[in-house]
Ligand binder design. Sequence first.
Ligand code: FES
Length: 283
Amino acid sequence: MTDVSLGMPQLPAPAYPDEVRARLEADAKEVIGRYPDSRSALLPLLHLVQSEEGYVSRTGMQFCAEVLGLTTAEVTAVATFYTMYRRKPSGDYQVGVCTNTLCAVMGGDAIFDELKSYLGVGNNETTGDGKVTLEHIECNAACDYAPVVMVNWEFFDNQTPESAKKLVDDLRSGRPVEPTRGAPLCSYKETARILAGFPDERPGAVEASGGAGHASLLGLRLAKGESLGQPRVVSPRGEAKQEAPQGGSGHLSSHDAPQPTSASDPAAAPEQHPAGPSSEEGE
Ligand code: FES
């Protein structure tokens, strides 16, 4: 580890307990070793300290500064620039509602307003039981599933105010919650550790993370000027399979909302699927 001897004032912060410090130092050494310039490891190290306390504390920033030979001013500047780093203790579940343009006009603004009122919290505030922190988030490159809600950075697609309220109810009561696609939901601290670059060791989680969604594949084919038959997709294990047409039967999660736009979506209209049945025919 690098000694800090830059002559810059450091942030007053309580120290980690010895056991925590030793464990984090070992993890930090592994992360830093991946980069030719140690300071490049700052972003994953901020995730690492976030995985310890659930947010980037002053202690965490002090730790990052010490192991990277940076000033706490430099670390603070980075930690406060990126919104994925929390700066205060927060809930077990970060419920992010996308309110960028497409999600907003598709209902994201209405979902966010409804959840604020339903949960009794504002943006970046946590419910009294410590379970849910609500925030509005920027585009998560899932516009083809708008409006999108993210829980601990897992996707919940095509939401409505009602489905979003059921989602937060289930999160707060401990009922099982399954993302629409991708890996199973894990805790915020576990997510932070994965983002720090450590493997997701839950059985099947990595395999579940692969592959593009149906709407994304349709958009890609439209962009390439292809006709819209039934797309063939390749599973993470390399198996070719036929994906269900959009319109309800393709949902993977009980927390998906109905898709009211699908009937008028040319990508989902039966006449656009000459090679396969309509969603109604297939059910
Ligand atoms: S605008 Fe919401 S995911 Fe892109």
